[in-house]
Design a binder for this molecule. Structure first.
Ligand code: C2O
Ligand code: CU
Ligand code: CU
Length: 510
């Protein structure tokens, strides 16, 4: 009940230390907040910090698991049909065998991989065996709004429905799916509900290069092995678990292909954690973003910065000399509030290059210089402006923080914008808050045009299709997009705690 109350107020109650930074300690904040009316309820909405399991409680070093694939039960060519059942499942992920209750799709962590071809018809029966309403949202995919798992179309606890859509041509790319019910998205995702989706094309210019799937997610477990509730820090800054996993494993080992070149699809499926990936000795060639291949590869990258919910495709070539190298994520400065404990780099994965055969490496053919035709979106017909902001409030005697879009909290009853189908629009996303916020909009892939910071405008060098773009504090990002379906679309910050707290709006396409 107190939990519900917390969701309704859609605000973040601030607690006293240890999360209260100096910025928040100014002014009229009383010392003894526990004495204030409304304070008692606050702790159940966002619990006080619980003792966490040490990182070593989960075993490391197992061979990297391949993603479980969702089996197509259809015999018709061009039709993918299957069932996804969201349900509690008890799995022992800790070394000592302590079971953890997750919520998972088909008992799988991460959720099974759906692999289809462009042009396919997809028919997924969704069974909701959770104690809460849920939906399946097809993140990044060009599906009609009525099939896209909007919060308006929640499937009640114990209910079921079929999602059906036909994928157009030219949408091959790396996507994912996750719940999107009003007020429950963050919790359902951190309990384990998120799966992968790849759309393939018949004419893949990178065909023949061995492919790897790396799903980065995190997990926050209490010392007793239970999934920890969000604390104040999680609600403010987005939840980051102490276990940073790849394919639901802690620091597994990837034995690199003997031929010396691999294509990695990387998902940042974290609720909030940004990734800054490096692989010492090796460089990355970026070949794809959220919505598929780039026009041209970008070579020689030593770091990949991925905002929450973003995907990338990279070509990795084995460094000469072999050995084992860690794929490391370094901390990303994203303006976290409060007294955040110091962060250090995390080794997500160990890459074992010792099987690589140097003579095959020397004989590798060159990568194609062009990957795909991407037409820049043309003349702009309409404009939209989205402002992300944060606000402190003392409503109801509770010191709280709001995450807002154009000064307002999300309201399912309110349509924030109207767009016309098939019209090129320029969306300007202005981050007037202190924290970074990753912008996402449903149903489309956009092209980033430029970024503006402190009056300096930087044109975007990459011609790419994306559904995620970070906005830094004080930054204005301009993107072009075209909606291809009529109906309601959500746009929001993809730090799931912020989305949950109302940093979301909706656009009606007519
Ligand atoms: Cu991953 Cu509203 O989306
Ligand atoms: Cu989405
Ligand atoms: Cu945010």
């Amino acid at each position: 009940m107190q939990r519900r109350q917390f969701i309704q107020t859609s605000s973040i109650a601030l607690s006293t230390s240890p999360w209260l930074g100096n910025a928040w300690a100014q002014g009229s904040m009383p010392h003894n907040m526990a004495a204030m009316p409304g304070m008692a309820g606050m702790h159940s909405g966002a619990a006080a910090a619980t003792a966490l399991a040490p990182v070593e409680a989960m075993a490391a070093g197992a061979p990297l698991a391949e993603l479980k694939k969702l089996v197509n039960t259809s015999r018709q060519p061009g039709v993918f049909r299957a069932t996804l059942r969201a349900a509690p499942v008890s799995l022992a992920v800790m070394k000592d065998g302590t079971p953890t209750e997750f919520w998972a799709y088909n008992n799988s962590l991460p959720g099974p991989l759906i692999e289809v071809m462009e042009g396919d018809t997809v028919e997924i029966e969704f069974i909701n065996a959770l104690p809460q309403p849920s939906t399946i949202h097809w993140h990044g995919l060009p599906v009609p709004p009525a099939q896209d798992g909007n919060p308006q179309d929640a499937v009640p606890a114990g209910g079921r429905r079929v999602y059906r859509f036909k994928l157009p041509l030219n949408c091959a790319g790396t996507y994912w799916y996750h719940p999107h019910p009003h007020g429950f998205t963050a919790e359902q995702v951190y309990r384990g509900l998120a799966g992968l989706f790849i759309v393939r094309t018949k004419n893949d210019p990178l065909k023949g290069i061995p492919e790897r799937h790396l799903v980065c997610s995190d997990l926050k477990l209490g010392a007793d092995g239970h999934i920890a509730a969000n604390d104040m820090n999680d609600e403010m800054n987005g939840r980051e678990g102490q276990f940073a996993l790849v394919n639901a494993q802690r620091q597994p080992v990837l034995t690199f292909d003997a031929g010396g070149r691999e294509r990695w699809r990387i998902w940042n499926a974290n609720s909030a954690r940004y990734l800054r990936l490096s692989l010492p000795g090796a460089t990355f060639t970026l070949v794809g973003t959220d919505g598929g291949l780039l026009a041209k590869p970008v070579t020689g990258l030593t770091e990949l910065l991925m905002t929450a919910a973003e995907r990338m495709e990279v070509i990795v070539e084995a460094p000469m000399g072999g050995g084992k190298v860690g794929l490391v994520t370094a901390p990303v400065e994203r303006g976290k509030m409060g007294e955040v404990p110091p962060e250090s780099p995390i080794t997500l994965l160990d890459v074992d290059f010792s099987a690589v055969q140097p003579e095959r490496l020397a004989a590798l053919p060159k990568l194609p210089g062009t990957l795909r035709r991407i037409q820049p979106l043309g003349a702009v017909k309409a404009k939209k402006r989205v402002v992300f902001s944060e606000e402190m409030s003392m409503a109801g005697g509770v010191h709280s923080m709001k995450f807002l879009v154009n000064g307002q909290n999300f309201n399912m009853q309110r349509v924030d914008f109207t767009s016309r189908i098939n019209e090129v629009e320029l969306w300007e996303i202005a981050n007037e808050s202190d924290m970074d916020h990753p912008f996402h909009i449903h149903g489309v892939q956009f092209q980033v045009v430029e970024r503006e910071l402190d009056g300096q405008v930087t044109p975007e060098p990459l011609l790419a299709w994306r559904d995620m773009v970070n906005t830094r504090s004080g930054e204005i990002v301009r993107v072009k997009l075209v909606q291809r379906h009529k109906g309601l679309r959500m746009f929001h910050c993809h730090i799931l705690e912020h989305e949950n707290a109302g940093m979301m709006g909706q656009v009606n396409v007519i």
